[in-house]
Each structure stands twice: as structure tokens, then as C-alpha cells.
Design a protein around this ligand. Structure first.
Ligand code: N2P
Length: 382
């Protein structure tokens, strides 16, 4: 595998950055014959198990060039510019993949090359069919939520024993944020998530796209802006794991991964484990679904199908869920997931929590553009 990763990601994935591996001659997966034996993949960071790509290379005899990103916008700008060179990508379903399908950016799937399609959850497929008729282009991959990562001991030190550990008010009440600023607050740089969280905290519908939402959200962030250390979608994981941030807005599995890193490090150092936790706040949270798709100009669509089918193998999908702590859209994988992950309410929330999750709708384009512009201003404190 050739892995083109940022240095930080390399530091986290030492083994993966070690260089390329010769493909195994005894391949078991069968990529399409005529294509060169190469596959170019563009995925979110930390979204496969450490050995997923290496194992696929061994099974298929293909060489995988694997790049990562941390925001849907980064992927979308490459796709819309054209000739991205990628064969497999992983956009979030709404609104990104939805509008990308409409713009004709993806190749139709050849289901005859996806025998493992049958393992997918029919309910997830049905839901996706509303943005991709006939499930013609998008393969559901993982889903998760956006909530808060807490360093419980540090938060209690700052706010006392009665700290509202189950509420967005930890972050959005400026009195709390002011007290937590010292131990470190980070917020995602993802307008869908940041608007969604603030609107949910305000008791408003994050999908309403109401004309006055920009002002309402701007006020929420203006009040806490002085107390936020950074806005980012990836570096916060390290900050949370090594104790530099005590309160992070983040993606469920990423916070679970960072917590595991911290627990392992403490164990190795013979120190007590830090009290880290992912919380879906009681007011509710955004739930997103990420999908897999083949860009229309992919030069290796046969190889792309082989990789997607590999990811749809329940054993492979379960191994990925075990590692990334996101719930798989592969229903036959669920039984194979480690009980610790399958029973983690942060990964598979119980029914009463699921009832409070909101699936982002595709807002009208002008509302989306206004959100993007407003978010840029909010981040810079304007
Ligand atoms: C993986 C993050 C994926 C979540 N690191 C965003 N949809």
C-alpha cells in the first residue's frame, strides 16, 4: 500500500506509513482483467482498520494508493474540478453525495460485481434510495453521530461535581465554556455539524433553514468564540487523547478511537486511565451516514468494484467497525462486531437516544451557501 498521509496521521499510523508491500501472487479477489493493477482511494482519515488496505492488496494483487481527507468540502472540490484520479471515495450522504449524484459525478454501480451487496441493511438502503433512486450509485458504509468528547475529571475540576455532563450547555453556555477554556475546548470545522449542534441546543429544527438561523447561530458561537482553542476535524483527536483538550465537539468514533489511544498509552506507562467519554447530549445530535461511490471518470472501475465488494464482506466490515468504532451499514457484520463495540451506546445508541437524533436534510442551495459564508466569519470571530 502506498499511503499518502499527513505527518500527524503518519505518527498515529506508524505501521501504515512504513512503505509499500508487494502484492501477493495468490490473489483471491478478482479485479477486472483489462485494467492496470492499481486502485486510487480517497477516504476520511481513520476510517478503515490498520490492515484493511494491506489485506485487500494481498487478496487482490492490486496496488492501492490511499489518500485521506477530513472534510466533505475537500473531497467535493476535487470531484467538481474533475480528473481527481480517484476510483473510490467516501462522501457523507446528505447533502454531499445527494447533490454529487444529481450533478452526475458518479458512475453507476454494477451490482453483478458486488455479490456482497446482499449483506447491506435494507432499511439503510431504502432511506438512501430517496437521494439515489434505485441505489444506483451509492453504497452505505458507516454511520455515526456528532457529540461531545469529555475529559470528565478535568471538567469536574473546572465546573464542580454538578457539571452538566450530558448537555450541549457544557459547550454553548458561555459561563461553562469560560471555565473550561483553560483545559482546552475544540470545535469541529464543519458547518453542517456546528450549525446542527447549535440549533439543536437552541431547541430549533436544524433542518428548517429559517431565515433568522444565521443570526441565532452566530450569537451562540460569538459568545463562546474567545474560549475555543481551535476549529478542526482531525487534530482534535490527538489533543483529546493526550490531555490538551478537555471538551471537544467531534465525530463519535473518532472520540472513541482517541479514548482508546489514551487508555492504551496510560496502561503502557503504568498510569491510571484518564476518564474520557463520548456523549450524545440529551438535547439531541446530528446523525450522518457516509457512503462509498465511484467517480464517473475513474480509470479503474473494475478494481473499484472489487474493493467495494471486499469492504462489504461482513468479516471485513466488522473488523473495520471494531477498529473505528462506527456502526456499519452492513447488517450481517453486526453479529460479528466485538461485544464491547456492539454494546457501546455511543456506537449503537439505544432507542430512546436514537429518537433524538436528527438526519441532516438537503437544504436549499442558497441556505447552504449562506451557512458556509457565515461559518467562515464565525470562525474568524467576525
Ligand atoms: C472519520 C470521520 C467520518 C465522520 N474519521 C464524518 N462523516
Amino acid at each position: 500500500m502506498t499511503l499518502r498521509l499527513a505527518p500527524l496521521a503518519c505518527a498515529l499510523l506508524l505501521a501504515a506509513c512504513g512503505g509499500s508491500k508487494q502484492p501477493d501472487a495468490a490473489a483471491t479477489a478478482t479485479p477486472a482483467g483489462a485494467e492496470e493493477k492499481v486502485l486510487n482511494v480517497y477516504n476520511w482519515s481513520d476510517y478503515v482498520a490498520d490492515d484493511t488496505v494491506k489485506n485487500f492488496e494481498t487478496a487482490s494483487g492490486l496496488k492501492v494508493n490511499y489518500d485521506v481527507y477530513d472534510a466533505n468540502e475537500t473531497l467535493e472540490s476535487k470531484l467538481t474540478a474533475g480528473a481527481s484520479g480517484y476510483d473510490v471515495v467516501f462522501p457523507s450522504a446528505r447533502p454531499f453525495a445527494q447533490r454529487q449524484v444529481k450533478s452526475g459525478l458518479y458512475a453507476p454501480l454494477d451490482k453483478s460485481k458486488l455479490p456482497n451487496w446482499k449483506h447491506l441493511d435494507p432499511q439503510v438502503l431504502q432511506n438512501l434510495a430517496s437521494i439515489d433512486p434505485g441505489n444506483a450509485h451509492l453504497v452505505p458504509y458507516m454511520w455515526g453521530t456528532t457529540g461531545l468528547g469529555l475529559n470528565v475529571d478535568k471538567i469536574k475540576q473546572a465546573l464542580g461535581e454538578n457539571a452538566p455532563l450530558d448537555s450541549w450547555s457544557l459547550l454553548f453556555d458561555p459561563a461553562n465554556a469560560a471555565k473550561l477554556a483553560k483545559c482546552g475546548i475544540t470545535v469541529l470545522d464543519d458547518d453542517q455539524e456546528t450549525f446542527g449542534a447549535a440549533l439543536i441546543w437552541l431547541g430549533r429544527d436544524p433542518n428548517a433553514g429559517a431565515a433568522d438561523e444565521l443570526d441565532a447561530v452566530r450569537k451562540v458561537y460569538a459568545a463562546i468564540r474567545p474560549f475555543v482553542r481551535t476549529f478542526n476535524n482531525a487534530e482534535y483527536k490527538d489533543a483529546f487523547a493526550n490531555g490538551d483538550a478537555c471538551l471537544v465537539m467531534g465525530y463519535s468514533g473518532d472520540i472513541a478511537q482517541a479514548s482508546t489511544t489514551a487508555f492504551d498509552a496510560a496502561k503502557q506507562a503504568g498510569k491510571p486511565a484518564p476518564n474520557l467519554r463520548f456523549v450524545i447530549p440529551k438535547e439531541g445530535a446530528i446523525r450522518w451516514v457516509d457512503v462509498i461511490a465511484i467517480p464517473k471518470d475513474s480509470k479503474h472501475p473494475g478494481n473499484a468494484h472489487a474493493f467495494i465488494d471486499y469492504l462489504l464482506d461482513p468479516k471485513v466490515a466488522a473488523a473495520i467497525s471494531n477498529h473505528v468504532a462506527y456502526a456499519s451499514a452492513n447488517q450481517d457484520a453486526t453479529a460479528l462486531v466485538d461485544p464491547a463495540v456492539a454494546q457501546d451506546p455511543g456506537v449503537y445508541p439505544p432507542a430512546e437516544v436514537r429518537a433524538k437524533l436528527v438526519d441532516p436534510a438537503s437544504l436549499p442551495e442558497d441556505v447552504q451557501r449562506q451557512r458556509v459564508r457565515a461559518w467562515t466569519r464565525i470562525k474568524s470571530g467576525q
